[in-house]
Design a protein. Structure first.
Length: 90
């Protein structure tokens, strides 16, 4: 994949990770709402939400990690491709 495309994808993935982490930090507030007497959320709803958020967060972190690795490899490949071209010029 093109290095610039990978950089863009990585930036988007990292933004998604930050947003997901923020959602996880908000879980205690959601739990407080579940515990309130007039809550419309059941403990089962909360458990499903937590499970879903944790799974999504894990996938987003893994995607960002994979993109970082792909970007490093693409950058090394690009540098390697430039070296023979520079050798031929000299």
């Amino acid at each position: 994949m093109n290095v610039e495309v990978l950089k863009t994808e990585l930036a988007r993935a990292e933004d998604a990770v930050v947003q997901s982490d923020d959602q996880l930090r908000a879980l205690p507030d959601l739990f407080a709402k579940v515990c309130a007497p007039d809550s419309h959320l059941s403990p089962a709803d909360y458990a499903r939400s937590v499970t879903s958020l944790l799974a999504l967060n894990e996938r987003l972190h893994q995607r960002a990690k994979d993109l970082r690795s792909e970007l490093r490899k693409a950058e090394m490949d690009a540098r390697t491709a430039q070296r023979p071209a520079q050798s031929q010029i000299a």
